[in-house]
Design a protein around this ligand. Structure first.
Ligand code: DGJ
Length: 729
């Protein structure tokens, strides 16, 4: 609910359990007053304190009053170059070379429903479930306008932000930094949590106390990156899973980003989130506009799990679209780790036959089916079937796989081109390259210039033809290198700072076209595993391959970090062969299955290499996953332990929203001789309800939560246990 008090120019945005407030001051500045637990009403304007602070200048409109400075006031969308020296939010270069903007309130409008952003992903809600506040600010000197969008999705505790910059002046202006979100918190003694890592080790949480100065994570790789996620958290220093306040913020975007926070001289904190300003420069001619992507926030006073539950619901119900958003996803078997590039129709059919016996529902043919793609040095860009491997094209193979009772899916990597390809021979300047400079390769491939509509449309037309040639029900959209040599042959020198962003817009445009033409195809995102795992992609692909690391023990860490923002239903997770291809570790099939059940669940191995007993076990595990499907995919997710902290096991829980059932999964670490008795403590049960654990006599919910479930001594390393709690009364 969005409230406006005209007499004191105060805006209050209420969600189910949080409130967010700011006001327009007499000079037209938007000053932030509060973000925290929901309040019944009232003004927090008294929190805005003013004093004459040395070296904090005063706007001219204040006359000679020295107590008001933009440098010290908490603001909503601060201008730069006119007296605020904290992390800038908007930076411009005006036609006269000056770098100042001074945005003041002009007007506002409150509307039912949630705004959408043209060409960009955004959370959505039914008209009656959301509201939008649009505030127009203007620089009186240049005519530059900023339209701030606030969306409130009340039941999800979600506040969304976006901004549209309009050049309403009569001269061009260059934007060099446009953050989507600025949050000026009134206290600086906070912890910041970021989710960081590397290829095959993504989204490990790192928590630290804010120190004076700027702390930042970012990506300059053209995609969100394996190194830092564009979801971050703040919390009270004493906050944890079930207590203390915290807030999470995510950028709904899949390109370069920057998340920065400054603990200021007066012990407040400013957080900014948006497109990375690195190499960014977007020129607006008079009348032109630029829309910055959406950023979203959820506040919880019930610790991290409260925030996580709300992010999970919002991503499932207010971000993932199309028929697959809520449809039961198939248990798939992907051929990558089973065959790599070495396959033909016959081999695939043998794999499919074997997979069908174990209950697998979908066969995914990964990389290597097109052009001359026999290794990772050639073929990208040539999206026609390699008939030496698949005689007669896709149709006969897909038909035969369908006859076995399996659906069929395939892998694509549309944004890339190999130098050894027909596409590159015909259109060498369609790749991002700097004339006169040798091209930088990544995985022996170059990046196509998706900022050019004709380039992505050409690639799409080829792929569309292939997809229309057979009964394809799933596509994995991969991206296997970072962007370098970023220069578009289609833009003049002064517009090259737009290419990174225009590239992302091209990717989104092709994804949108794909969704329109193939609404029945389940799209899974991928970027060498989890290098583009973000809310932007989830608007188009309702699941994303979480990591190229399929080792169960490493996955515990990756999936733990991922779970803070992203729900199980979007986390691509498979059982692979042992010794694991990435770590060489050996874990039991049951452990690998239990870990993959904290995701979309599937297989990434050659079932023909399994023993009869293992295949029987595989069948049982697939049946078990099907039986637990709704609980796993739609249950409220709780992290019961922190796998980065020392301890004998890692545990998590999925609980039906009505409390009628729960699944507790435990995975032990290295075995220790004569170890202490271990107990796992479930959460989130109905205290008065009776639950049976794996079919045993029923016990009260509160007894289970406070007394815990004793873990049997199972012996051996990396053992998994699952406890199914079923309400009996
Ligand atoms: C990287 C992906 O993450 C893998 O799963 C696989 O699809 C390869 N690319 C194929 O090249």
């Amino acid at each position: 609910m969005i409230g406006y008090q005209a007499e004191n120019h105060l805006f209050t945005l209420h969600t189910r359990s949080s409130s967010y407030q700011f006001m327009v001051d007499p000079s037209g500045y938007l000053l932030h007053t509060y973000y925290g637990p929901r309040v019944g009403g009232g003004s927090f304007a008294y929190r805005l304190r003013q004093a004459d602070r040395g070296f904090s200048p005063n706007p001219n409109s204040e006359g000679h009053t020295r107590t008001f400075s933009l440098d010290t006031q908490p603001q909503e969308y601060p201008s730069s170059g006119v007296g605020d020296f904290r992390i800038p939010v908007l930076e411009v270069e005006n036609a006269d070379g000056s770098r100042a903007a001074d945005l003041r309130y002009q007007s506002h409008v409150i509307r039912p429903g949630k705004y959408a952003l043209p060409g960009l992903p955004a959370f959505f809600a039914k008209e009656e479930d959301a509201q939008t506040l649009e505030i127009t600010l203007e620089d009186p000197v240049t005519g530059l306008r900023a339209v701030l969008y606030y969306g409130v999705i009340e039941s999800r505790d979600m506040i969304t932000r976006a901004v549209r910059i309009e050049n309403a002046g009569d001269k061009p202006v260059a934007l060099t930094r446009v953050m989507s979100l600025c949050l000026d918190l009134h206290q600086g003694d906070l912890d910041l949590i970021t989710f960081d890592g590397r290829h095959t080790g993504e989204r490990h949480p790192h928590r630290r106390r804010l120190a004076p100065g700027i702390q930042m994570v970012s990506s300059t790789r053209g995609a969100t990156s394996h190194q830092h996620n564009n979801f971050i958290m703040f919390c009270a220093p004493d906050a944890g899973e079930t207590h203390g306040w915290c807030l999470g913020a995510a950028l709904v975007y899949s390109g370069n980003f920057e998340a920065a926070v400054e603990r200021t001289q007066f012990d407040t904190a400013r957080m900014t989130l948006g497109i990375s300003p690195w190499q960014f420069r977007f020129t607006l001619a008079p009348g032109e506009t630029f829309t910055a992507p959406e950023a979203v926030m959820i506040f919880s006073r019930e610790g991290f799990s409260g925030m996580t539950h709300q992010f999970h619901r919002a991503i499932r119900d207010n971000l993932c679209r199309g028929e697959w958003a809520h449809r039961r996803r198939p248990v798939l078997l992907n051929t990558w780790e089973a065959a790599y590039f070495d396959f033909d129709s016959e081999k695939l059919l043998e794999i499919a036959r074997c997979a069908a016996e174990t209950g697998v529902e979908l066969l995914v043919m990964d990389d290597g089916w097109f052009g001359t793609r026999n290794d990772d040095r050639g073929g990208l860009g040539d999206w026609f079937v390699n008939e030496q491997k698949l005689p007669g094209g896709l149709a006969p193979l897909v038909h035969a796989v369908n006859e076995l009772g399996l659906d069929f899916g395939l892998w694509i990597e549309p944004e890339m081109v190999s130098e050894d390809s027909r596409l590159f021979a015909e259109h060498p300047n369609w790749a991002l390259r700097i004339p006169g400079r040798p091209a930088t390769r990544g995985r022996s491939q170059l990046v196509l210039d998706f900022s050019r509509t004709e380039v992505w449309q050409y690639v799409y037309a080829q792929i569309k033809k292939v997809l229309s040639s057979a009964n394809i029900t799933y596509v994995k959209w991969d991206m296997n290198r970072s962007l370098t040599d970023v220069l578009s042959a289609a833009l003049p020198a002064e517009r090259q700072g737009e290419v990174y962003h225009r590239f992302v817009l091209g990717v989104y445009a092709m994804l949108e076209q794909f969704r329109k033409d193939f609404p029945h195809i389940l799209l899974e995102g991928c970027c060498g595993g989890g290098g583009r795992f973000d809310c932007g992609m989830l608007y188009y692909t309702p699941q994303i391959w979480a990591s190229d690391n399929t080792d169960a023990m490493d996955r515990l860490l990756i999936q733990y970090g991922t779970s803070f923002c992203y729900p199980v239903s979007v986390v691509g997770s498979h059982v692979s062969a042992v010794p694991n291809e990435q770590t060489g570790r050996v874990t039991g099939l049951d452990t690998r299955a239990a870990v993959a059940m904290a995701g979309t669940f599937g297989y990434e191995l050659d079932p023909r290499s399994l023993s009869v007993a293992e295949r029987q076990q595989m069948r049982l595990e697939i049946d078990r996953f099907r039986h637990l499907y709704d609980l796993i995919q739609y249950g409220d997710y709780d992290r019961l332990t922190d796998p980065f902290a020392p301890g004998p096991f890692t545990a998590w829980q999925q609980t039906a929203p009505d409390g009628s059932a729960a699944l507790v999964t435990v995975v032990t670490g290295m075995a220790r001789s004569n170890d202490a008795f271990a107990t796992v403590y479930p959460r989130n049960l109905l205290p008065d309800a009776l639950y049976s654990v794996n079919g045993a006599d029923a016990v009260r919910g509160d007894v289970l939560m406070y007394g815990g479930i004793p873990l049997p001594h199972v012996g051996g390393d990396y053992r998994a246990m699952q406890f199914e709690l079923t309400r009996q009364g």
